[in-house]
Design a protein around this ligand. Structure first.
Ligand code: MGD
Ligand code: MGD
Ligand code: MO
Length: 700
């Protein structure tokens, strides 16, 4: 954080790109005047749908940014609000919609006897499963206490290296493995029949659907020892006396069937009865969010997709995980009624992180207006008409409400205690700078456009379909004058612990909240669903595919998988010497035997090709991988025209990912993992021109 804060290339003034291509600084008030005028013109000419917004990961540290961006979009009546969620793990919310929520909340890692992680590496990512406030220490304590950790990962990740069982399968077979575990658990009667009788429907359908996933079939298909699969099912279902859960991460979600994968994780949790029960402690009792009554009962499933705004491509719709971001470039490029002409990006970097970088490049270049809010001239900001320089985390007040809210995203996230912290501005913006808070930028636009805004702070999930407490709604208009501190006070008006009291603990505090899960309501007839017809049909499709057929592709013998970099959060900071320590690129990791078989060595330049495109990269031997798998960190690289500089800024993985070939029909999420690729020496052997040229490549 200090390195990023003190980035010598940090923007201290907003920028404007002129018609002749030159870029100058612009006063932020002037920028808001001009942007508001342009947006008004575009809305008058093409309608509100012509304006889209994209919220990336760096909108999240600012509690009011996303909510205000969303309020602005509702203010102009455009449905085109997108986030990074639908190129991340949208299956989590889709699965919750189909399965339902457990109102007693999830099990606390700190008290569990077993835990399973599927394609997630929380020791590096700090994201899901092991409480992220210090995952390494939390895991060590758990293992010392006797917890058995199970990790499924084609790579011996930092987390897998500490597991009691590490399954190292072919990538993309997680659905197969989970179905195999369900098969074994049901056959051995290790499931919790009493819990299911009271709380779930669909168990018989689920049992029938996993019948074909016999241990022998799963072992062969996933390339794991059958005995190890049996041990895994036994350990997860029967080890110890206190319950543990299962969490999946990006690795497993990107390899297709992410929704189904997340659904099967919930089914596994539910058939084993792995939820907090009546009389047990509430794991996430809320602090800056409202007090609520946790109850040992289900919240029933609800509609998760197929409603609201329809995209003009691939039959995609709005969903509980938001609008399909992988289709936004198409919505910009596709002419006709509804075409997107303006895009506002908050804390995101489409040119680095979106799939199909060439298509993204064409789309962003074709926009009539591109505005980014960014702390540096990111790849995307280099293409923008206006780059708004925002204040950074330490220059704005901060609070932990967002860290609590994330519990609605999936089990195993958030803070497993009544922890709260509020911190005032820590440092002043640099002298002479002209920086604006993101939410104030949107209020500034709204005032100029004379919009009435409803700022809505939700306490729930499922795109508002699951609410734990009533939302807080604030009306704003051109007469609104509010400091961030005042806004936070209003956002916390119904908090369990008053903001005033949280403020008295400048270093944060775990408050003494002794909440216990209450028994189910006498009249409650709601049920979780472990037999959702859509997902069981998808599972039947998985079972029916000829898995051996796709494996003998001699042109693309390796499978490319994702993994996170220890030192960077996606594209942020990759150019900073203090963080990249002299290695500003993302190598392609490959098992040393595979490196040798290609007659190559670590450090060689290579070409990585998928059926879609080819990118240059630096090779690095890594014996934690299967021999048939290579791995890369995403969000590196330059523009598609800057391939020659790959040793200076790395390789863009999104270049290898088409958005319209293999994609999820519900969320639009393309295959971002388990990608068939070839790796060949640079300059010798396979040449750039020898690889298949996709239409996009020819156009780009
Ligand atoms: N092939 C492939 N593609 C992927 C992935 C993958 O693993 N493989 N991962 C996917 C996932 S999980 C995600 S979440 C997305 C990420 O997609 P994005 O969120 O779009 O990408 P980031 O690189 O996180 O973008 C962060 C931007 O925020 C800027 N920034 C940094 N600090 C601040 C700040 O304080 N304020 C503001 N306003 N801006 C700031 C940075 O300069 C950068 O431009 O990528 C997805 N794409
Ligand atoms: N240091 C750091 N932390 C981060 C980020 C970062 O860039 N750097 N990014 C943040 C973001 S936006 C996100 S979404 C989270 C992501 O957090 P995670 O989902 O934990 O991401 P990774 O750390 O890449 O772990 C994914 C693991 O999946 C494995 N894997 C790949 N393919 C498969 C497969 O087909 N099946 C299985 N079972 N495993 C597979 C990889 O080897 C890898 O170990 O991390 C967040 N935290
Ligand atoms: Mo992410």
């Amino acid at each position: 954080m200090p390195e990023i804060h003190n980035n010598p290339d940090r923007l201290l003034h907003s920028r404007k790109r002129h018609a002749d291509g030159t870029v100058t600084t612009i006063d932020s008030e002037q920028a808001m005047d001009e942007i508001a005028a342009r947006l008004t013109e575009l809305i008058d000419t093409y309608g509100p749908r012509s304006v889209a917004m994209y919220l990336g990961t760096n909108g999240l540290p600012y509690p009011a940014s996303a909510l205000m961006g969303n309020a602005f979009m509702r203010g102009i009546e455009s449905p085109m609000f997108f986030t990074a969620n639908t190129i991340d793990q949208p299956g989590k919310q889709i699965a919750l919609a189909a399965h339902g929520h457990w109102l007693g909340g999830d099990v606390d890692f700190h008290h569990a006897d077993s835990w399973m992680l599927v394609g997630t590496n929380p020791l590096v990512s700090k994201a899901i499963g092991i409480p992220g406030q210090n995952p390494s220490q939390n895991l060590r304590a758990a293992i010392e206490r006797g917890m058995k950790l199970i990790v499924i990962d084609p790579r011996r990740s930092q987390t897998a290296a500490r597991a009691a069982i590490h399954l190292q399968p072919r990538p993309g077979e997680d659905v197969t493995i989970l179905a195999g575990m369900l098969h074994i658990i049901i056959a051995e009667k290790w499931h919790d029949q009493a819990f299911l009788d009271e709380n779930a429907t669909g168990f018989d359908d689920l049992a029938r659907a996993v019948a074909g996933f016999t241990p022998a079939y799963v072992a062969e298909r996933a390339d794991i020892p059958e005995e190890q699969l049996r041990d895994t099912a036994r350990m997860f279902a029967t080890h110890g006396v206190t319950r543990g859960m299962v969490n999946a991460g990006t690795g497993a979600n990107f390899a297709m069937h992410g929704n189904l994968l997340e659904y099967l994780c919930l089914c596994l949790t539910t058939i084993c009865g792995r939820w907090q029960r009546a009389g047990e402690r509430v794991t996430r009792p809320n602090t800056l969010m409202p007090a609520f009554t946790a109850k040992a009962q289900p919240h029933p499933p609800y509609e998760g997709w197929g409603y609201g705004e329809r995209l003009r491509v691939r039959g995609l719709t709005d969903t509980v995980s938001g609008m399909p971001t992988a289709a936004l470039a198409d919505e910009i490029l596709l002419e006709g009624e509804g075409q997107v002409k303006a895009l506002i990006c908050i804390g995101g970097n489409p040119m680095a992180a979106w799939p199909d970088q060439r298509k993204t490049h064409r789309a962003l270049q074709s926009l009539e207006l591109l505005v980014t809010l960014d702390t540096e001239m990111s790849l995307t900001s280099r293409l923008a008409d206006y780059v708004i320089a925002p204040m950074m985390q330490m220059e704005t007040p901060a609070m932990t409400m967002g860290s609590e809210l994330i519990k609605y995203y999936t089990s195993g996230t958030g803070i497993p205690a009544a922890y709260g912290q509020y911190v005032p501005r820590v440092v002043d913006p640099p002298p002479g700078s002209d920086l604006i808070e993101e939410w104030q930028f949107f209020l500034g636009l709204a005032k100029r456009m004379d919009l009435e805004l409803w700022f809505v702070n939700f306490f729930g999930g499922g795109g508002g379909r699951f609410m734990e407490s009533p939302p807080i709604v604030l009306q704003m208009n051109k007469d609104t004058h509010l400091s961030t501190e005042e806004l936070f006070e209003q956002m916390c008006a119904t908090s369990r612990i008053p903001l005033e009291e949280v403020r008295n603990h400048p270093h944060g505090n775990i408050f003494d909240v002794d909440a216990v899960v209450q028994p189910r309501d006498a009249d409650c007839t709601d049920r979780l669903d472990v037999g959702n017809a859509h997902f069981l049909a998808e599972l039947a499709d998985v079972r029916a595919t000829d898995f051996a057929a796709g494996r003998s592709d001699e042109a693309f013998p390796f499978r490319l998988i994702p993994r996170r970099h220890q030192n960077f959060m996606n594209s942020s900071g990759t150019a900073l010497p203090a963080l990249n320590r002299g290695k500003p690129f993302n190598p392609v990791y490959m098992h040393p035997d595979a490196v040798a078989a290609l007659g190559l060595t670590s450090g060689d330049s290579v070409l990585v090709s998928s059926s879609h495109d080819t990118v240059p990269a630096v090779l690095e031997a890594d014996d934690t991988l299967r021999r048939d798998v290579v791995a890369m960190h995403h969000a590196f690289g330059g523009l598609p025209t800057e391939d020659d500089e790959f040793r200076e800024h790395g390789t863009n993985v999104g270049r290898l990912v088409p958005t319209d070939v293999d994609y999820d029909p519900v969320t639009g999420l393309p295959r971002q993992g388990n990608i068939a690729v070839a790796v060949s020496a640079f300059g010798a052997g396979r040449q750039r021109d020898a690889v298949p040229v996709s239409a996009d490549r020819a156009l780009g």
